[in-house]
Design a protein around this ligand. Structure first.
Ligand SMILES: Nc1ncnc2c1ncn2[C@@H]1O[C@H](COP(=O)(O)OP(=O)(O)OP(=O)(O)O)[C@@H](O)[C@H]1O
Ligand SMILES: Nc1nc2c(c(=O)[nH]1)N=C(CO)CN2
Length: 391
């Protein structure tokens, strides 16, 4: 006889997403709220008092929020289906009921809420024995949105804890080497990486990402400093290190062009709890805030922020390709990256050190030069982190 299952229920999970059929919904985003009701057998966990034998509700909350923040869908029906899929990816969960609320939906008459509710079952026999550690192979927030689009592959995500270890190790390595590099790793001084909103207390998986910065119009240095400040002040983003800035000749569709204003380029290493599409949203918003006009490809711009690497993942979607498809041939990206992460690798391309060597002297931007004073950029990073902490 099949006995009825136990339940874990989380209600009111709130996050900002860009789902909807209207352009303005895609552009501006709005609040979505999810309730999830997991059906599973909790007796082994209750008997042993072991977290490993149940499902960590904090992680589920993080996964759900990542789906809301991730790849936009037209319908809340689709969003609910994606949420159900990531919850059911946890082997212990037999059935899940998902409600997605869209309280700010564009409905022309006063209303309190609109929602959809779906129930989905795992394609596992309901009375099969519960898997060992109930929660075994879990998905990171980024993966969950990736799984939704079924496009992303990955290497293992780094937990906040392992990330801290990696950063500390790097700081030690830097101490042993040039002290200029050590100054770029004040790990302890950086702010926490927290999810915004009601799930801030839940443990969110964090991912290391590499963001390239460039500008060739206006006060380039001031713009790049402000962009670093803006990134560091964004909840869910911690800027761990910034490179010095290099001055480089503009590469246009015609090649090197010295008649076009030259670029200042640099790289920021960040740790983020945002899903990759949400991180790109933030980057685009910062570009827009600096008057970025998207007139022509490789045209002059006040600010360009490119997502070079996101936790080693590869992705090919309409608006985001990971790693950045042209990073391997750009020494204005590779050189600053190498400076702050000498052992970095570009997924599918190899060690950044080797990629720089492969470009060969003749192809390098001969005019690239290190600006000896990049302190303002690091000061901007710290100031942004303080601003985020104060929020
Ligand atoms: N990894 C990525 N980082 C940033 N934008 C990306 C990435 N992958 C895809 N895109 C998409 O590329 C679009 C165009 O970006 P952008 O205007 O910065 O291009 P570009 O700077 O002219 O050229 P390039 O991408 O070669 O630097 C963006 O709207 C974004 O959706
Ligand atoms: N030197 C240089 N040239 C470019 C750059 C850039 O950042 N630096 N960015 C481009 C489009 O993203 C096109 N050309």
């Amino acid at each position: 006889m099949t006995r009825s299952l136990d339940r874990i229920t989380i209600t009111g999970l709130q996050a900002r997403g860009h789902h909807g059929v209207f352009d303005f919904e895609r552009r501006d985003g709005q609040t979505f709220i999810a309730d999830v009701d997991l059906e599973l057998d909790l007796s082994a966990a209750a008997a042993s008092d072991e977290l490993e034998r149940t499902v960590h509700y904090g992680e589920v909350a993080g996964d759900v929020v990542a789906v809301i923040e991730g790849e936009p869908h037209d319908l809340i029906e689709t969003l609910a289906e994606r949420i159900a899929a990531v919850v059911l990816a946890r082997p212990a969960v037999q059935r899940v009921t998902v409600t997605v609320h869209k309280p700010e939906a564009p409905i022309a008459v006063p209303f309190r809420d609109v929602s959809v509710t779906i129930t989905r079952a795992a394609r596992r026999p309901a009375d099969a024995p519960a898997p060992g550690p109930a929660d075994a192979p879990t998905l990171s927030p980024a993966e969950t949105s990736a799984q939704a689009s079924a496009e992303m592959t990955r290497s293992a995500p780094e937990s906040a804890e392992s990330q801290q270890k990696v950063s500390s190790r790097r700081a030690g390595g830097a101490d042993a080497g040039a002290h200029a590099v050590a100054a770029l790793y004040p790990v302890a001084a950086s702010g926490p990486v927290a999810a915004s909103g009601p799930v801030a207390a839940s443990r969110r998986e964090t991912v290391r990402a590499v963001i390239a910065l460039g500008a060739n119009l206006g006060d380039r240095r001031a713009t790049l400093e402000q962009a670093v400040r803006d990134l560091a002040a964004t909840p869910g983003i911690r800027v761990d290190a910034v490179s010095t800035l290099i001055d480089s000749v503009a590469i246009t569709l015609e090649g090197r062009d010295e008649t076009v204003p030259g670029y200042l380029n640099g790289v920021a290493l960040v740790t983020t709890s945002l899903a990759a599409p949400s991180l790109l949203d933030v980057m685009n918003a910062i570009e827009d805030a600096h008057g970025r006009v998207r007139a022509e490809r490789w045209g002059s711009r006040t600010l360009d922020l490119d997502l070079i690497d996101y936790g080693g993942r590869t992705l090919e979607s309409e608006r985001l390709t990971l790693p950045h498809p042209r990073a391997h041939e750009r020494d204005f990206v590779l050189e600053p990256w190498f400076e702050v992460e000498p052992d970095a690798t570009l997924p599918g391309r190899g060690a950044v050190r080797d990629l720089i060597a492969a470009l060969g002297r003749s192809q390098r931007l001969g005019d690239s030069q290190r600006l000896d004073d990049s302190q303002p950029l690091d000061a901007a990073r710290r100031e942004g982190a303080r601003r985020e902490g104060a929020q």
